[in-house]
Every structure is written in C-alpha cells, then in structure tokens.
Write a protein that binds this ligand. Structure first.
Ligand SMILES: [Zn+2]
Length: 508
C-alpha cells in the first residue's frame, strides 16, 4: 500500500475479545482409542495473528477459490451508494487436522446455502458452545463492535486430516463502504460507478467467504457479471472473452499464482482496457483506466504507466524475474485515499503517479510473492516498496538512494518520532509513515553495512526461499546472516526495536 493518509502514531494492540459462540471447545471431541485414531476438534477461529485475532482460521488449507459474483452498482445520485452482490463461492480445501467444525471469515453478507462435498448443511442460529449440534450445519457471528465476523461450518460426516473438501457457498447482500480498524475505507468499497476492491489487511471477508490471512495463499478464478457497459477487472489474465446477454456482461479472470487474500481484487467500473506486455519477458500487461479521469490525472497516469516496462527491467535486474503471470494497473477516478498492490494488478485512487507505480510494482516481489507471516513484519512490505522508489529515482538520475537516506536522516525530529518501533508497529501503526521511511532507511543502512553484493544477493535469496509463502523479520535477518556470515542482531536491534535515532554510521 502507499498512503495518501497522514496517519497517527501506533496505538494499543487489539484486544482479544472472547465471545461465547466462538469458544469452540468442549462436547465435540472424541477421545482417541489409540494414537493415530481420528480426534475430531474444532478448527481455530483465527490464524494466530495477534493484531487481528479473528482474521484467518485454523484446521485447513485452501487450495482454490472460484468466485461467481453478480454485482449491481448503485443507482445514480441521490440514491445511496449501495450495491447488490450475489455470489457463489466454490472453495477447495484440505483439512490439516481431524475437523469436527471449522470457520471461514465473512463480513456483512449473508450465507443463503452451504454444502460440503455436495451435501447440504442446515442454517442455524449460533449455538450454545456447550451443546452439541446434531447433523451438518452452519452459522454466522457478525459482531461489528468486537470486529468478529465468522462463518462456522459443521460438516457431517466429520473431516479427517488430509481429506479434500469442496464447499459451495451461496451468499450475498447489500454492499456499502466498509472500514478498517482505523476507519479507512477498504474491502469491497462500493462506488457510484461500481466498486474499488482493496482489502489490506483483512478486508477480503467483506466480499467472499475466505480464510482471510496471508499464511493461507490460494489460487483464484472469477466470473463477474455486471450490467452491460461496466467492466470487471480481477487478478491474473482473462480466462476467455466476456459474454453479454440480456443486458448483463460476464467477465472471466483466472489467477493461477498463489495469492494472499488481501491481494485479491475484482474492481468494477467504467474502464478502458489496454493490453501491452513487458518487452523483456513478454508477460502481458493489462491496464484498466477509468474513462472519467480528469485530463490532468489521465496525462499523469499515462506517463507513469508507460514507465512500467522500464521499471520492470530495473527491478528484474536487482531482484530476479517478475514472479507472476501478468501485470497491469487499475486506475479508478474514485478514491479510497491510497493505492494497493493487489496481486498482478494494483489499484490506484484517482491518479497513478510515477513513484507510486514503482512502489506497487516492487510490492509484487516484496509483499506479494513473499508476504509477512504476521502483520508485525509489515515493514518488510513497505520498507522494500519505499526503498524501490528510492532505487528507481536513483536509476532515473533524480536523487541517489544515499541522498534519499541522508534527507530522511538529517532533519531534527522530536524524540517521539524516533520512539516508533517498526518491528512491532501495532495494528493501528501498520501504515504509519515510519514503517515506510524508517523501513526504507533500514534497508539502505543494511546495504551500506554489508555492501552491494551481499545486499542484493540477500534480497534474491529471501525471494527465492520464501516465494509463494510468508516469512518474518527474524527469517529476514537469518537470510542476511547466512549471506554475510555475520551476527546481525545488533543491526536489527537498532533499526527495528531501539526507540531512538540510529547512529550516524550509515550517513555518507
Ligand atoms: Zn506499499
């Protein structure tokens, strides 16, 4: 993400709120007769990320989401900015424990029917956790105040570890303009002409039933039906040509690369689609540019998007091959106040500026191919993407990366500025400017410390080792210790944890 927001400093960490209906223990587990016998228990209602305790779930690994969505954008003003979304999600997953029941995340939309391996389950009210529910069933908890949105599935027969399961979930409802933990728009953001879909950190659940955490990456395919004349743009490549009948057009997209759920998009609007390709590798580029951009925004956007091909040359030279099957940008005249690096197809608010385009492209390596295993480690996303902007400016002769570092380091700042810990920014500090700026400075200081060869070798090793998965700050440090053969505890202590200005060692 790159923020147009002026964010506040880090706040308190999210409170873990216990809710009776989610206390998924007791009653259901059968004592095993011997080791290796099935022991059916409930999957955890969270992925274990303490910034967002009920984001993601345990007990299974999603392989693929097939999303068949019909979407009606709002009527013209003065009608409310509300849309109608009707979906069928077909979700293929593999159990990682013997499951009595398990959860998905779904916020603000209602499940209308649900089947497990073709067998329908019954909709019920959230049950008393101490009372066993008979038969196959599902229920939803929607607690906006506690930020708990869970869909619980009780399959019958129960699911053994290693078993493949297909869920078919019909769902839908009115779409509005969801807000993240700090009150910023995210998820399926209804716009007057469609929807801007930007889900970091846990907004995918506002538009499909999902295991909404980056530790469970999956492939996605999309059939998005919208009123004729609207364009729906998702991740990856068109699976086939759009089809129109009776005033509705269905757009087909296929995203065969593993993808974190916060990076999924299916934006809808009045877009011009433009196809080109990276001249180095032939990877297709599909840009979607809102037909209603102002002349100024369109000119700026066109100039920036024309540079994507040069940017990829630079980043491939530094970081290795572009990691996915396609690229392109969605530039919407609507604004959520920021841009997001949705996988293979970033979304821009109002205009795509050159620095932002470099930033979101760099995220395809840093954040998308390798994601933060816990949201604590978001500096690995934003520090790298910001440093890539510095590298791009250096390449273009605008300003060297060292000058950018010096410009950040030199000014007198208040002690409170230096207190922010980028290693643990808190859920309210994910998009604090320090995560970006001190994050980039950390990487530049590391480069000065270990030298160019080790620095870029470390970047490539990091990307290679954790490609298609997720890793932590500790994993990152370990990669650089491996490459250099040095203990770097002291370095990362200064940059990620010490709450004072780093020493002038790296100012050249
Ligand atoms: Zn970013």
């Amino acid at each position: 993400m790159i923020s147009l927001r002026s964010k506040t400093t880090a706040g308190a960490t999210a409170a873990l709120v216990a809710v009776g209906a989610l206390a998924l223990t007791g009653g259901a587990a059968a004592a095993p007769d011997s080791p290796g016998e099935p022991r059916y228990t409930a999957g955890d209602p969270g992925a274990g990320d303490d910034y967002f305790p009920y984001s993601g779930n345990g007990g299974y690994d999603v392989q693929h989401y097939d999303l068949d969505i019909t979407y009606t954008p709002p009527d013209p003003a003065p009608a409310p900015v509300e849309g109608q979304l009707d979906g069928i999600a077909t979700i293929d997953l593999v159990a990682t424990q013997d499951l009595d029941r398990f959860n998905l995340d779904l916020r603000g939309l209602e499940v209308r029917s649900l089947s497990v391996n073709g067998k329908p389950a019954t909709a019920i009210e959230p049950p008393d956790p101490d009372v066993e529910v008979e038969g196959a069933a599902y229920w939803q908890v929607q607690d906006d105040d506690a930020r708990i949105w869970e869909l619980t599935v009780q399959p019958r027969p129960k699911i053994k570890a290693g078993e493949s399961v297909r869920l078919v979930i019909e769902y839908g409802g009115t779409t509005t303009r969801p807000r993240d933990i700090d009150g910023f728009l995210y998820g399926w953001v209804t716009t007057r002409d469609g929807a801007m879909v930007v889900s970091e950190p846990e907004g995918a659940m506002t538009w499909y039933p999902v295991n909404d955490h980056q530790t469970d990456k999956a492939t996605h395919s999309f059939e998005i039906t919208v009123p004729e004349g609207k364009v729906a743009v998702a991740n990856g490549l068109p699976a086939r040509d759009p089809e129109t009948s009776n005033g509705w057009t269905t757009w087909y997209w296929d995203a065969p690369d593993l993808q974190a759920t916060y990076l999924t998009t299916a934006s809808v609007g009045d877009f011009d689609l433009r196809e080109t390709y990276f001249s180095s590798s032939g990877v297709p580029i599909i840009d979607a540019v809102d037909t209603k951009l102002t002349t100024n925004a369109l000119n700026t956007t066109n100039n920036s998007l024309a540079l994507q091909d040069d940017m990829i040359d630079l980043f491939e030279a530094l970081f290795g091959d572009y990691p996915f099957n396609s690229y392109g940008s969605i530039v919407d005249n609507d604004s959520v106040g920021y841009a997001l690096e949705t996988q293979t197809r970033p979304v821009y608010s109002g205009v795509a500026r050159e620095g932002t385009v470099a930033h979101e492209l760099a995220h395809q390596w840093f954040g998308n191919a390798v994601s933060p295993e816990r949201w604590h480690s978001i500096w690995l996303n934003e520090g790298w993407a910001t440093y890539a902007e510095w590298l791009w400016n250096d390449h273009q002769g605008v300003e060297s990366a060292q000058e950018a570092y010096n410009d950040w380091y030199a000014p007198d700042r208040t002690p409170s500025y230096w207190e922010f810990q980028i290693g643990d920014p808190g859920p309210h500090g994910l998009f604090n400017g320090q995560v970006y700026d001190r994050g980039a400075a950390t990487l530049h200081a590391l480069r000065v410390e270990v030298g160019d060869d080790a620095f870029f070798a470390g970047a490539r090793l990091w990307l290679e080792r954790y490609n298609d998965s997720a890793a932590t700050s500790e994993d990152f440090q370990a990669v650089y210790e491996e490459v250099t053969g040095e203990d770097l505890d002291w370095f990362f202590q200064i940059w990620l944890w010490d709450q004072v200005k780093p020493p002038a060692t790296w100012t050249l």
